[in-house]
Design a protein around this ligand. Structure first.
Ligand code: SAM
Length: 290
């Protein structure tokens, strides 16, 4: 039963998405951001950082499956994976389903997000922190990417939006460092907003990718709590064929991976790169500006 409280998402000026609150489960002003976790009758537990919805127990599977399985199955031989951000550890749980992944490093700036997620998001991150293949680094992703001498086949930036601590993870400097730490033919995937409301964010990311990588693109997924229609996931690689794998190859690899999903299928993977015209136009504008 609602306690009368309502939380408003304030990401998009002029639009507010309101969630009734049954119970505030955790609230903290961390060193980096305002954090609130509350329960809602429709979406279950909802995490907001600085007033922006990050993840909910009801629809996290869509986002976490599409951010992990698309690049790893497209790559086909990913052994070392890096997650930047991803504090709720739901993405890490999906990556670790791939037995072929020998090591997963997660670089998260805010320890508080990981700490409370272990308790409150066990529905979807169970066992991650104890997994011997998993290594958590509490650091700014920009600093880690600039300084590490480690190399990764897949890098997934599961960041907040380009405000506050997340802003640096949309910079050309950061993307250049990611290019440096990717193995040849590796791939970068980024949380790149809802283009119907955040078009410039996508254009700018693709423009920056295009100056650094041979292939700059995006793919889409529909996440109910990311208000405004399709969400885009940025894609950057020097292997221009990586996002054009035949459905038969994706099918074969997914079958070999041997786990169930609730959103991802090889057909959804292939189709996710077919962009609605207004999103494709934004991607092409970014490529042209490079
Ligand atoms: N699914 C969400 C979305 O699409 O907006 C993102 C989820 S996850 C909670 C975002 C994470 O990025 C947070 O845990 C936040 O602390 C982390 N983060 C923000 N800026 C960061 C930075 N510079 N380095 C590392 N992690 C960062």
């Amino acid at each position: 039963m609602s306690n009368g409280l309502v939380f408003n998402e304030t990401l998009h000026p002029g639009v507010q998405v309101s969630y009734t609150c049954d119970e505030i489960l955790y609230q903290e002003k961390t060193e980096h951001q305002d954090l609130v976790l509350f329960s809602n009758p429709v979406f279950g537990k909802i995490l907001m950082l600085d007033g922006v919805t990050q993840v909910t127990t009801r629809d996290e599977f869509i986002y976490h499956e599409m951010m992990s399985h698309v690049p790893i199955i497209a790559h086909g031989a990913a052994k070392s994976v890096l997650i930047v951000g991803g504090g709720d550890c739901g993405l890490a749980e999906e990556v670790l389903k791939h037995a072929s992944v020998e090591s997963l490093v997660q670089v998260e700036i805010d320890k508080s997000v990981v700490d409370f997620s272990e308790e409150h998001f066990a529905d979807f991150n169970k066992g991650v922190l104890e997994n011997p293949r998993f290594e958590l680094v509490i650091e700014d992703g920009l600093k880690f990417a600039a300084e590490t001498d480690r190399r990764f086949d897949v890098v997934i930036v599961d960041s907040t939006d380009p405000h506050g601590p997340g802003a640096v993870l949309f910079s050309e400097e950061f993307y250049r460092d990611i290019h440096r730490i990717l193995t040849p033919g590796g791939v970068l995937v980024t949380q790149n907003g809802v283009p119907f409301l955040q078009r410039d964010e996508l254009v700018t990311s693709v423009e920056r990718f295009s100056r650094i990588f041979s292939d700059a693109a995006a793919y889409i997924a529909a996440i109910p709590t990311y208000f405004g229609g399709h969400m885009t996931l940025g894609w950057a690689s020097d292997n221009v064929d990586l996002r054009k794998q035949a459905a038969s190859i994706l099918e074969e690899r997914f079958k070999a991976a041997g786990f169930d999903t609730r959103y991802y299928t090889p057909d959804v993977h292939a189709a996710s790169f077919a962009l609605p015209k207004f999103i494709l136009d934004a991607v092409e504008e970014g490529r042209a500006k490079a």
